[in-house]
Ligand binder design. Structure first.
Ligand SMILES: NC(=O)c1ccc[n+]([C@@H]2O[C@H](COP(=O)([O-])OP(=O)(O)OC[C@H]3O[C@@H](n4cnc5c(N)ncnc54)[C@H](O)[C@@H]3O)[C@@H](O)[C@H]2O)c1
Length: 366
C-alpha cells in the first residue's frame, strides 16, 4: 500500500519526540504538523522533522494539516481538550499517552466524545512489545502455567506514572478479562501535587470475571526489584497458575518456573524498539478495521476504570463494583482523605524518591 497517513503531533517533549520520530521512520506515515507551546522545543523538533507545519496552537496546526492521525503527548492535565481538537480536525485516529485521564469525570467524558465521533483511539502502553513482555505472554499461552489463578504487578514509581502500565499488562496476561470489583488502600499525599498527581502508595485486589485474582501495588511502599538498578524501571508483572509462574522485570528480562524446570531470558524496556511495532499497528488498524490495535482506547479505559475504582475504595473503604456508573474526581477525593497521612517507604531508594514529600515519609533511614 503506497498511501501515507498524515500525522500531527502535539507536545514535543520526551514522548512527543518518541512518537514523532517513530511515525517519521515508518513509511506508512508522514509527519506534516508539529505543535508545542514552548517555541524552543518546537524549533528543536522542527530541525529533526523538516517540511512540517509548525505552531504553538494545536487547533490551528490541526485545522491547517487536517491529519489522518492526531497524536498528542502532553502532560496528564491536558486530555479532553486535545481529544476535542483531534475530533474537530477530522482525524480518523487519535493517539495519546497514558494515563487516560486524571479522574473518572474526564475519562468518561473522553469515552463519550470518542464513541459519538466514531474516531479510533490508542493509548501508549507500548512496553508490551518488549521481547521479555511477550515471552511471558507466550509462556501463559503455551499452557505451561496450567490454570492461571493470579496476575500481579508492582512498581515503585507513583500511580499516574505506572499503574496504567501495570494494569494494562496484567489484563493482557489475563486474556483481557473484564474486572468485576476492586478493593484498595492508599497512603501518603505528597505526590498529589505532582504533574502526575497520585497517592504516594496504592495497593489493591482485582476480581476478574474469569475468577482470576489481580494483586497490584504502586509507589513508595512497593517492594524493591533488586535485579534492576534504574529506579523508574523497578516493575515486576506476572502470572501464577497451577503449574508455575512467569514474570517480566521491566528492565531485567523474564523468568519462569514450570513443571519442566526454571527458565529465564533477557530483555529490557527500550523506547526505540517498542515504539516501532506500536506505530505499525496504528497503520494496520487504519488499513483494516478488523485489525484492532491491542492498545485501543476501550482496553485502556478498562484499565483506567480499575485505577479509579482502587482510589475510590481507598477513600470510601470496601469493594467497588465495576464498571463505574457515576463520575467523580478521585484525586480530589484522595486529597481530602490523605492530607497529613504519612507513607512508610519500603526501601531507602523509595524514601529518597519520595523525599520531596518529606513531611509524608517516615520510618526509613538511608
Ligand atoms: N508510555 C510511556 O512509556 C511513557 C513514558 C513517559 C511519559 N509518558 C506520558 O507521556 C505524557 C507526556 O510526558 P513527557 O515526559 O513527554 O512530558 P514533557 O513535559 O517532556 O512533554 C510535554 C510537552 O507538552 C507541551 N505542551 C504542554 N501544553 C501544551 C499545549 N497546550 N499545546 C502544545 N504543547 C503543549 C510542553 O511544552 C512539553 O514540551 C505524560 O502523560 C506521561 O505520563 C508515557
Amino acid at each position: 500500500m503506497n498511501h501515507k497517513y498524515r500525522v500531527v503531533v502535539v507536545g514535543m517533549g520526551k514522548r512527543g519526540m518518541h512518537h514523532a520520530l517513530a511515525f517519521h521512520a515508518n513509511n506508512r506515515f508522514e509527519v506534516d504538523g508539529i505543535c508545542d507551546i514552548d517555541p524552543i522545543r518546537l524549533d528543536a523538533a522542527a530541525a529533526k522533522l523538516p517540511d512540517c507545519v509548525k505552531g504553538t496552537d494545536a487547533l490551528q496546526v490541526a485545522s491547517t494539516v487536517k491529519p489522518d492521525v492526531f497524536c498528542f503527548c502532553t502532560l496528564p492535565n491536558l486530555r479532553s481538550e486535545m481529544i476535542r481538537i483531534g475530533i474537530q480536525s477530522g482525524a480518523r485516529l487519535i493517539a495519546f499517552e497514558k494515563p487516560v485521564a486524571l479522574n473518572s469525570r474526564e475519562g468518561m467524558k473522553i469515552r463519550k466524545m470518542l464513541a459519538a465521533s466514531g474516531v479510533k483511539a490508542v493509548v501508549s502502553h507500548q512496553h508490551r512489545y518488549g521481547e521479555h513482555y511477550r515471552k511471558v505472554r507466550e509462556i501463559i499461552d503455551s499452557g505451561a502455567l496450567g490454570r492461571v489463578h493470579t496476575v500481579y504487578g508492582t512498581a515503585t514509581a507513583w500511580m499516574m506514572h505506572n499503574l496504567s502500565h501495570l494494569i494494562d499488562y496484567m489484563r493482557w496476561y489475563n486474556g483481557t478479562a473484564e474486572a468485576c470489583w476492586v478493593m484498595g488502600q492508599a497512603a501518603g499525599g505528597g505526590k498529589l501535587s505532582d504533574s502526575h498527581p497520585s497517592p504516594d502508595y496504592i495497593a489493591g485486589f482485582i476480581q476478574f470475571a474469569n475468577n482470576v485474582r489481580g494483586v497490584v501495588e504502586c509507589g513508595a511502599g512497593a517492594p524493591d526489584v533488586p535485579e534492576v538498578d534504574y529506579w523508574w524501571r523497578k516493575c515486576r508483572i506476572g502470572a501464577q497458575g497451577t503449574g508455575g509462574f512467569a514474570e517480566v522485570l521491566t528492565a531485567g528480562g523474564w523468568r519462569a518456573v514450570t513443571k519442566t524446570g526454571a527458565t529465564s531470558g533477557g530483555g529490557c524496556m527500550n523506547y526505540d524498539l517498542d515504539m516501532s511495532p506500536y506505530i505499525q499497528e496504528i497503520a494496520d488498524w487504519l488499513d483494516d478495521a478488523r485489525k484492532v490495535h491491542p492498545c485501543n482506547f476501550e482496553s485502556a479505559y478498562a484499565g483506567f476504570e480499575i485505577t479509579m475504582a482502587l482510589c475510590r475504595s481507598a477513600v470510601d473503604g470496601g469493594q467497588v463494583a465495576l464498571p463505574l456508573t457515576d463520575a467523580a474526581d478521585e484525586i480530589e477525593m484522595l486529597r481530602a482523605c490523605l492530607v497529613d497521612r504519612k507513607v512508610l517507604p519500603s526501601t531507602p531508594a523509595n524514601a529518597r524518591e519520595y523525599a520531596g514529600t518529606a513531611a509524608n515519609v517516615v520510618g526509613v533511614s538511608s
